[in-house]
Write a protein that binds this ligand. Structure first.
Ligand code: SAM
Ligand code: SF4
Length: 321
């Protein structure tokens, strides 16, 4: 479907839970209030929303959280989403902790790609960022994904004074393995406003200082606003998601749905409408109308640079990234 600003919206991120087995400071502040279980959409309800979204031209779905793999039945939901007419791609974003044990089932379900979040290769820094001593499990998850031939991307958020110095080691993962490593700028959402991110322009300069000029990688890499480069001899590409320092909203192709059925046309703003009541009243056409209205009314761009204009009160763990 074309939104009110002429953009084609064909991608929806679906958060299936606001719970997580990690506590990344920039995503999940300590005082966070959890959604009540009855507020969370059932898998049947999520499937129905996706059917209605597909009828409006959404063809690509991302399952996210919180941590999606902690919700029982996540993988079989993904298999069902793949069967919806019009849906051609279903991918997952995960912290990787439960990935190794889920990978075979994910492959059988037909997963089209897995994004794994990893900010550090140092065990103590991992514990500091996430609150848990589980780096080894994440690395095992990445290996499992690669070894099963899944299109794998690593998402990295760098923070000054925490892990910014690790960019080179993290980048090297795409030298060793056929994975894309993507640097996401810290967004002022969740606990993000209290953390000091680094700009991707600055990071790109540091990479070029070390490796020389990078070649832009024009090959399609998926749905996002990431800009990709290739380094000679590397098996994967390097991606930059410059959410704050480069406004990519003119190319935005997505809407989001939270685990309790709120539709989010843009990360910065609340009030996109909820499909929960319509779902629970069995009014499928109303679900479609709410989705269509959210797409039509999608704002022109985010307002991270004018924090006073942000109306989104949810934290990133409640939105899904
Ligand atoms: N638990 C899964 C994971 O960690 O990949 C999925 C949900 S998580 C909210 C999705 C992505 O959002 C992660 O890659 C995470 O690093 C990113 N994220 C969370 N808070 C952020 C923030 N304030 N700024 C930028 N990225 C953020
Ligand atoms: Fe959990 Fe992912 Fe947020 Fe970390 S980034 S707290 S793993 S939802």
């Amino acid at each position: 479907m074309i939104d009110g600003k002429g953009r084609t919206i064909d991608y929806m991120r679906i958060s299936i839970t606001d719970r997580c087995n990690l506590r990344c400071r920039y995503c999940m502040p300590k005082d966070i209030q959890r959604m009540a279980p009855e507020e969370i959409l059932t898998y049947e309800e999520i499937e129905e929303v996706c059917r209605q979204a597909a009828a409006l031209g959404i063809s690509k779905l991302k399952v996210t959280g919180g941590e999606p793999l902690i919700r029982k039945g996540c993988v079989s939901l993904m298999g069902k989403l793949k069967q919806i007419p019009g849906i051609c791609q279903v991918t997952l974003t995960t912290n990787g902790i439960l990935l190794e044990q889920s990978i075979e089932e994910l492959c059988s379900a037909g997963v089209d790609g897995i994004n794994i979040s990893l900010d550090t290769l140092d065990r103590e820094t991992f514990r500091r960022i996430t609150g848990a001593d589980k780096l080894g499990q994440v690395l095992d998850g990445i290996k499992a994904s690669v070894c099963h031939g899944v299109n794998t991307k690593i998402n990295v958020v760098l923070q000054e004074g925490v892990n910014a110095g690790e960019w080179d080691g993290l980048l090297a993962m795409s030298q060793e393995w056929p994975v894309d490593v993507r640097f996401i700028e810290m967004m002022p959402i969740g606990g993000g406003e209290e953390c000091r991110g680094i700009s991707n322009q600055y990071l790109l300069k540091m990479i070029m200082d070390k490796y020389g000029r990078l070649a832009r990688d024009a090959e399609g890499h998926g749905n996002g606003p990431a800009v990709y480069y290739r380094l000679p001899g590397f098996l994967g590409s390097i991606g930059f998601i410059s959410a704050v320092h480069e406004k990519f909203c003119t190319a935005c192709n997505r809407i989001r749905m939270t685990a309790d059925g709120e539709i989010k046309p843009c990360l910065c703003y609340g009030g996109g409408g909820s499909v929960k009541r319509a779902l629970r009243e069995g009014d499928k056409m109303e679900v479609r109308r709410i989705l269509g209205q959210a797409i039509k009314g999608k704002p022109e761009g985010h307002c991270f640079e004018r924090k006073q204009d942000m109306t989104e009160a949810r934290k990133m763990v409640q939105i899904g990234g």
